[in-house]
Design a protein around this ligand. Structure first.
Ligand SMILES: *[C@@H]1O[C@H](CO)[C@@H](O)[C@H](O)[C@H]1NC(C)=O
Ligand SMILES: *[C@@H]1O[C@H](CO)[C@@H](O)[C@H](O)[C@H]1NC(C)=O
Length: 314
């Protein structure tokens, strides 16, 4: 009798597994970020598609580094945008030049903040145009995606997932202002966790800790300025006032492409999975130009700043 009682649920499970709809692959919407952010994501997306899931990559018609050179297993859905590739490239040139400009420290930071806002607003505008494009929005609504995977740095995928109430997966390097850790409610004690731009290690003197606290105070302000346009768009389309942490806390799983070998240890949440090293899936020897670089490289005043920006954003 006991065996029979166990048998029924087992039979039910086997039956459920045999229903074709339930054992098929999922349908995944990918909303990538521009440029180098896409490079490591592409490898993962390709594998997911090869394993029989239906994967659609949503991208603006004008974007960096997303030209299709080889065959791939995923589908691409492009939406029209009004800006030209030259415009994006010009603002990237300006952004790049700002990092190399020789300026006194506070002015330098203001200048960097300005170019960041400018370049990101270009991408926020593309996102606005996505929400304005009825045909694409209808397609997204009717496709019945199971989940969205996105790099949250430009927030568009986050807004799309919230708009269609879809589960959200992050594939990311990091965000300014400790945002993703804050949104996940990770403990982040100021005495042990150096903030972006502080250049401290996890062992700080008393005054370094004070500096760290001041930076975290500034963070209350600068990320809201930085993401001002993205927040405005999200609040409009979601028809409620949203904050950055509201939006970012909707992630079910965060795949973090770094590793504590390179980062200071810090408390993380169980839904954060560290996949550092995935960036190196495709490697090629350095071109000749760079191979002698370390020998020539002088210690620049802003070198660390540039490095930090690169680490955080690329
Ligand atoms: C969105 O569409 C409306 C009406 O179709 C238009 O007036 C507006 O300029 C568009 N906005 C953007 C950012 O494309
Ligand atoms: C998706 O389409 C359905 C009907 O086709 C509509 O009721 C619903 O509001 C749409 N959802 C969004 C988020 O636009």
């Amino acid at each position: 009798k006991m065996a029979l009682r166990l048998c029924y649920p087992l039979a039910a499970w086997i039956f459920i597994l045999l229903i074709p709809g339930l054992s098929e692959g999922g349908k995944l919407l990918v909303v990538p970020a521009f440029g180098s952010h896409w490079l490591s994501m592409k490898e993962v997306i390709e594998k997911v598609a090869e394993r029989g899931h239906e994967v659609v990559v949503l991208k603006p018609e004008v974007s960096w580094n997303m030209r299709q050179r080889q065959e791939h297993a995923y589908a691409v859905k492009a939406y029209p945008v009004s800006n030209k590739l030259e415009e994006i490239e010009d603002s990237f040139q300006e952004y790049y030049a700002a990092h190399l400009k020789d300026m006194p420290f506070p002015l330098k930071l203001i200048e960097l903040y300005r170019v960041y806002v400018q370049i990101f607003n270009t991408f926020f505008l593309q996102c606005r145009e996505l929400f304005n494009h009825t045909e694409t929005m209808r397609y997204l609504n009717q496709s019945g995606f199971d989940a969205v995977i996105t790099d949250p740095s430009i927030m568009c995928g986050v807004t799309v997932a919230n708009y269609f109430s879809l589960p959200l997966v992050f594939f990311m390097r990091g965000m300014p202002c400790n945002l993703h850790f804050e949104a996940a409610q990770c403990p982040s004690p100021l005495s042990y966790i150096p903030r972006t731009f502080s250049f401290h290690s996890d062992r700080m003197t008393f005054f370094q800790r004070v500096g760290n606290a001041l930076i975290s105070f500034l963070e209350l302000w600068y990320c809201n300025g930085y993401y001002h346009d993205a927040l405005k768009l999200s609040s409009e389309v979601l028809q409620r006032d949203v904050t950055l942490t509201d939006l970012l806390s909707s992630a079910s799983v965060s795949l973090m492409r770094f590793d504590f070998v390179f980062e200071y240890p810090r408390p993380a949440m169980p839904n954060m999975v560290f996949i550092g090293g995935i960036n190196c899936a495709q490697k090629e020897p350095l071109p000749q130009v760079y191979s002698h670089f370390p020998k020539k490289c002088k210690y620049m005043l802003y070198g660390r700043l540039v490095l930090l920006f690169c680490l955080v954003f690329f």
